[in-house]
Ligand binder design. Structure first.
Ligand SMILES: [Zn+2]
Length: 445
């Protein structure tokens, strides 16, 4: 609670601004109460909407009192899960997305995310995933995938996730990929090609969305080799944009060839590093490599290669970028811009699928997008709790790390749920003045 009040003292006022088209005389539950009720589903990792009726039952628990104080409401009963579904259907997904935007803007203004910056840009991973899968067509927008005899219907999403300090991953923008994104893909294209086409088209919409929601933000896109093409380079070269994309020989064969030919001729462009764990890394780069895309547009990029040797085994990584690369910057570009993208494997979709947040569960057949945004908001709040120093201090007093104290992140959610059910949370925890005075840091110092 304190973490929420500290970072987002105005969150209830933001919820008040949600336009609520429900028929006024028949409204029982305040919109603030219902938004918190919806967030609880993910904050406590209940796993399915039905669980709200059981795990957050008001009988013989403190649930109603705690929720009322969180939302600043005086509800006499708790709603059922269907009330939430109806409410979200009425207010629509966009208003929940707007609430997420306000939370992120507040973190940016508080400079909580600044340590993740690279040459003035916020490193933002673009990553797509499938998240809903059906055996029968469930709506007109489902993507169709044929696997032999079987046809599956799915929903995909492309996310822009800002990589903050301490592995914090913040969802900045979301576009839902649907059937219309495959419109000009050849009918005989394979599944991989279809997926690529969809993601690249969605990337245009994502960039446009970010320009509207965060017009001042300088973004460095960090993406996989898929984005090494005209469309990806155009996005990464726009105003207030930069890029670091994985370079694979198969995706850009001519560029790769030129890079490998020039590398031995640029012997001075080299940095070597032995990490504290004894890993040997050799960074080399070549600038001003030219590439002409399928629309005959010329581009100039810098390519970086990192050879990493652990126990005699060498792995090679490569990227292309338009950031400034020299002996001082090459390591930060490759690390923050390139390799940190793998954090989203831990803190991004994997966590959202596997840690009890249950991303792939159809929370609603009608307003799944609103539930998607609620999940993103709750995950952001949970990360601030998990990575903030309040939890670390508590663990430290017992000579443990948070993970040792609770066993797992899922257990933390479990404990939160237990205290929410059975403990009347102290008034002090809800006090925005007290919350403003405490310090919450995300570093491990
Ligand atoms: Zn559908």
């Amino acid at each position: 609670m304190r973490t929420i009040r500290h970072f987002f003292p105005e969150i209830n006022a933001w919820m008040d601004e949600i336009r609520d088209p429900r028929f006024l005389p028949s409204i029982v539950y305040h919109k603030r109460f219902l938004v918190w009720w919806g967030l609880s589903l993910f904050l406590f990792k209940l796993g399915s909407r039905r669980q709200l009726d059981y795990e957050l039952d008001a009988q013989n628990t403190r649930v109603l009192d705690n929720l009322n104080r969180l939302a600043g409401t005086q509800q006499k009963t708790r709603p059922v899960n269907k009330t939430l579904n109806y409410f979200l259907g009425r207010i629509g997904a966009q208003q929940v997305a707007d609430l997420r935007t306000r939370l992120v803007r507040r973190l940016l203004r508080m400079r909580v995310l600044d340590a993740g910056r690279l040459q003035g840009h916020w490193v933002t991973a673009t990553d797509g995933t499938g998240y809903l899968l059906f055996r029968q067509r469930h709506c007109p927008y489902c993507l169709e995938r044929r696997y032999g005899e079987v046809t599956l219907y799915l929903h995909q999403v492309l996310e822009a996730k800002l990589l903050g300090p301490e592995g914090l991953v913040v969802s900045l923008g979301t576009v839902f990929i649907d059937q219309s994104d495959t419109a000009d893909t050849p009918a005989d294209a394979d599944a991989e090609r279809r997926k690529q086409d969809c993601e690249l088209k969605a990337f245009n919409r994502l960039d446009a969305q970010l320009r509207t929601t965060f017009p001042q933000l300088s973004i460095c896109y960090s993406g996989d080799s898929l984005f090494g093409c005209g469309r990806g380079l155009a996005m990464g070269n726009g105003p207030r944009r930069a890029f670091v994309y994985v370079l694979k020989p198969g995706r850009l064969p001519t560029l790769w060839q030129e890079f490998q030919t020039l590398l031995p001729l640029c012997a001075g462009q080299r940095r070597e590093l032995v990490t504290s764990k004894g890993v040997r890394q050799v960074y080399r780069w070549v600038d001003n490599l030219s590439y002409t895309d399928s629309d005959k547009r010329p581009w100039s990029v810098t390519a970086i290669q990192c050879e990493e040797t652990v126990d005699g085994q060498t792995t090679t990584w490569a990227w292309i970028t338009n950031l400034k690369v020299n002996a001082e910057t090459v390591i930060s570009v490759a690390t923050k811009g390139g390799r940190h993208r793998w954090h989203i494997e831990n803190q991004g979709f994997n966590t959202q699928k596997n840690s009890g947040l249950n991303l792939e569960h159809a929370y609603s057949h009608r307003c799944w997008q609103a539930f998607y945004y609620l999940l993103q908001i709750a995950h952001l709040i949970l990360q601030l709790v998990e990575k903030g120093n309040l939890l670390r201090q508590l663990a430290q007093e017992l000579d443990k790390t948070p993970a040792q104290l609770f066993g797992s992140l899922k257990n933390i959610a479990r404990r939160l749920l237990e205290s929410f059910r059975f403990v009347r949370i102290q008034d002090e925890a809800y006090d925005p003045v007290a919350a403003a005075q405490i310090q919450i840091r995300l570093d491990s110092g």
